[in-house]
Every structure is written in C-alpha cells, then in structure tokens.
Write a protein that binds this ligand. Structure first.
Ligand code: MN3
Length: 203
C-alpha cells in the first residue's frame, strides 16, 4: 500500500509564496487521491503492490493493460508529488542560488543561473493545460535539459532522471494566483531547496 509522505515543513511555512490553504488541499486531497486510486488499481494485481512506484513507472509497457493508464496517471501523480515536496523550502531558509556541482551543471547547460531561470520559466509558461515542467538529467554524461510533460506523466517513463520539477496544474496555484501562472512560477523560484538538489545529484 502506498501512503502519503509527510511534508518536511508546516503547511503555512511556504507563505507568502505558496499559501497555507493551497498547500493543505494539494497535499491532503490531491496527492492523497492519486495514492488512493493507485492503491485501488494495484489491488487487481497484488504482485505489483510491493514494488516501488519508480520501478512501475520506469517501464509502463510491463504494466498489465487493465491498470496501465491508472498507474501512469495516479502512480505518476503520486511519484511526482512525492518528489516535489522536499524540493521546496521555507523562504526564510532558502539559499537564493544553487552552489556546488549543481551550479556547474546549470552553467554548462544553460550559460548561467539567470539563463536557466529564464528558460525554465518560459518552458513552464508554455506548458499548455495541466502538466509538469522539469529539469532532467539524461544520465550517462548527458547534459541537464528542461522538458514539459502532460498530465501526471513522469520523466522516469522516458528514462530521464528528474532533478527539479514544477507542478503547473491549476490546483497548485489557482486559489492564490488564479490565472496568473507567471507569478506562481516566480514564487516557486523563491522556494527551491538548492542544497537538497545538489545533495541528491551527488548521491
Ligand atoms: Mn499537483
């Protein structure tokens, strides 16, 4: 059975950028619903219930036909949100720019941190409808790149390693920002936990 991970901060800790009501709803309702629907689908194939979600998403072709879409959508939703929460940090703790190996990789791939922010923002604003914008690692000496995925599709299903993600579903920002996605993307940049990401890359 998959379960809802605890957040590493309080629901109000990301104010004023992400509001408490949105965080509470997003975590306890949206994320929980992906988990509930994933678990319901896996009940039909108990042999898969003990597998890590990343493993199920890595090769969707191996998932039985009758639950493949559910695993892709609800399993993807579970994996994406589980990956996302720890990428965020209360603004009072935030280091505003990446350092370490991550800074080097961003400079290599995009020229500078400022150019990375610009390109990531443009990609997120161009992500039509519901989906995610990602910084991904192609692995095996490949560079970092920025991609969009629709719905709850995970980069893992494209053999890409997610480094940073941004949920651009309206449920992530509509209460506070309504249709103003550019303000939401800017707010997100104030919350990114750069040292955590640098550490993740190193491990
Ligand atoms: Mn979401």
């Amino acid at each position: 059975m998959h379960t809802l991970p605890k957040l590493p901060y309080d629901y109000n800790a990301l104010e004023p950028y992400f509001d408490e009501a949105t965080m509470r709803l997003h975590h306890t309702k949206h994320h929980q619903t992906y988990i509930d629907k994933l678990n319901a689908a896996l009940e039909k194939h108990p042999e898969l219930a003990g597998e890590p979600i990343e493993k199920l998403l890595a090769d969707l072709n191996k998932i039985p036909d009758d639950i493949r879409t559910a695993v892709r959508n609800h399993g993807g939703g579970h994996a994406n949100h589980t990956f996302w929460w720890p990428l965020l940090t209360p603004p009072k703790n935030q280091e505003p720019e990446p350092g370490g190996e991550l800074k080097k990789l961003l400079d290599q791939a995009f020229g500078s941190f400022a150019d990375f922010k610009k390109q990531f923002t443009e990609k997120a604003l161009g992500n039509f409808g519901s989906g995610w914008t990602w910084l991904v690692d192609e692995g095996a000496g490949g560079e970092l790149s920025i991609i969009n995925t629709p719905n709850q599709d995970s980069p893992i299903s494209q053999s890409l390693i997610p480094v940073l993600g941004l949920d651009v579903w309206e449920h992530a920002y509509y209460l506070k920002y309504q249709n103003r996605r550019p303000e939401y993307v800017e707010a997100f940049i104030h919350l990114i936990n750069w040292p955590y990401i640098d550490q993740m890359l190193a491990s």
